[in-house]
Design a binder for this molecule. Structure first.
Ligand code: SAH
Ligand code: F3S
Length: 478
């Protein structure tokens, strides 16, 4: 989960983005979801205008920022350990300032300064533009905190500094926050109300990435399907509902089509889709445009309608299964992945079996599976006892993971003997003579490098596979 943004920062990204006039050094570490990584690029951009270039050597930094995650207790514990490490460095170099950004900053607010004495600044996800002012306060010897959540901030006017990337794939955020209030989830509290970003600023960013030679973008939001932009402005700009309806609106399917048409050579991905909001119009756009990848990440969390209700997910098991059927009617080869929570309060053996049988029905290509972690302040934490014993959670998790591995193996093996289109992303970790890339279905493919380059689209004949990786040889450019 931990990823140092500047790790292996392929000189090019760093040198391209580094400004000669900047004399201060920023070390920025990010945890958690793709949105956090995307936000860190916005923070780096704001700080580049304030005299900071990024460094991957923490010890030489003037400012250390950690963009944090609160989604599960484990994530918070990992970050606290990292703060101890920063503390040790700060003891040697007291001038170094340390700041906490993101969801943990928002959740703990001022408490952070009391609990972690080394922290100089605490900034929530909607207050990044205020960091330069907050740093001045820190210079003047004050602790600085801004955790105000906004109903409007989308950072649409900031062009992100691409950090630690490969110059090939990039995230573009399209919505911020979430209005869904799933009972287990801390995101609505830490990231605030949902708001959509102006489609023009999204298109500008996508076109700019295209000009810079990027080959793939992922449109990001907690719930991309609820993206909605009202012609003249934000919801709040309209006097009433009918005025809003009269204005031209852009929904997610239209945005996706606009992006696909603007950059036909680029691969387009999107995440996360939400079963309650995913409409067929989106599926038709995915089917229509060659460059929109046939892969949908569709978290389900549980296969039991009773548990889904307790989670405040707005669909039943049957409705989810119907949606899966529609996906395959419209996009027959679509790969589907899941998020699952195991051991949600009151989950019985029967509920667990329902999850396993739903998985059997879908045979997901891959998935992310987690034990339920009670988050303070959420409705589940307030109303339901975390009553599934730890051993039961562990055993059920193992069963779910084994089931997923079995399905991943079946899905992966279905490509044996086929020729697939691969975007080369990087050198394979296991073999420096091999490339690693992905198919549109999000399968990782490794194959001998020959004369191909990172960023090339290549046709690869698949000869072998493991559970999660396809192994093959290139047969030409795509
Ligand atoms: N917006 C996405 C998910 C955001 S959080 C959606 O629509 O589902 C990413 C994943 O973390 C969730 O899908 C869920 O599976 C997991 N998660 C969230 N809160 C959790 C908790 N309290 N305990 C365990 N897993 C959790
Ligand atoms: Fe969390 Fe549910 Fe939103 S999982 S991010 S509240 S869709």
């Amino acid at each position: 989960m931990k990823k140092v943004l500047d790790e292996n920062t392929q000189g090019n990204t760093l040198t391209l983005e580094a400004r000669e006039s900047n004399s201060k050094k920023l070390y920025l570490e990010s945890y958690g979801c793709a949105m956090n990584f995307s936000d860190s690029e916005i923070v780096a951009s704001i700080l580049a205008d304030d005299g900071y270039n990024t460094t991957n050597i923490m010890e030489e930094a003037d400012l250390v920022l950690v963009n944090t995650c609160s989604i599960r207790d484990k994530a918070e514990q990992t970050i606290r350990k990292r703060l101890e490490k920063f503390n040790a460095v700060k003891r040697i170099n007291p001038k170094m300032k340390v700041g906490v950004l993101g969801c943990m900053a928002e959740r703990l607010k001022e408490k952070f300064l009391e609990e972690e004495k080394i922290v100089d600044l605490v900034v929530g996800p909607d207050a990044y533009k205020d960091i330069p002012n907050l740093l001045k306060e820190v210079e003047e010897g004050r602790d600085a905190v801004n955790v105000i959540l906004s109903k409007e901030e989308t950072y649409g006017d900031i062009s992100p500094v691409r950090l630690g990337g490969n110059g090939i794939t990039a995230y573009v955020s399209i919505t911020r926050g979430c209005d869904n209030m799933c009972t287990f989830c801390v995101v609505p509290f830490t990231r605030g109300r949902e708001r959509s970003r102006d489609p023009h600023s999204i298109l500008n960013e996508v076109n700019d990435l295209g000009e810079k030679g990027y080959k793939e973008i992922t449109l990001l939001g907690q719930n991309v399907d609820s993206y909605l932009w009202y012609g003249g402005g934000l919801k709040k700009d309209f006097k009433n509902a009918s005025a809003m309806q009269q204005a031209t609106a852009t929904d997610f399917s239209q945005l996706l089509a606009m992006v696909a048409e603007a950059q036909p050579q680029m691969r387009i991905r999107f995440s996360t889709s939400n079963p309650q909001d995913m409409g067929e119009d989106v599926l038709h756009v995915v089917a229509k445009y060659e460059n929109v990848c046939n892969h949908i990440h569709l978290p389900v969390q549980s296969g039991s309608t009773r548990i889904l209700k307790e989670m405040n997910r707005q669909h039943t098991r049957e409705e989810y299964m119907k949606l899966i059927d529609r996906i395959w009617d419209i996009i027959p080869d679509c790969s589907i992945s899941q998020d699952m929570i195991i051991g949600f309060p009151t989950e019985t053996e029967e509920d667990h079996q329902e999850t396993l049988s739903l998985m059997e029905y879908v045979k997901y290509s891959f998935g992310y599976m987690y034990k339920y972690s009670e988050r303070p302040g959420t409705s589940a934490a307030r109303k339901l006892e975390d009553d599934v014993p730890e051993e039961t959670k562990s055993r059920r998790l193992t069963e779910i993971v084994n089931q997923q591995q079995k399905h991943s193996a079946i899905r992966t093996a279905s490509f044996l003997g086929k020729t697939v289109k691969v975007l080369i992303e990087k050198e394979s970790k296991k073999d420096k003579d091999e490339w690693s890339g992905r198919t549109e279905h999000n399968n990782v493919v490794v194959f001998p490098k020959e004369d191909y380059k990172a960023g090339d689209f290549v046709l690869v004949k698949i000869n072998d596979c493991t559970t999660a990786t396809l192994i093959g040889e290139a047969v030409g450019y795509s």
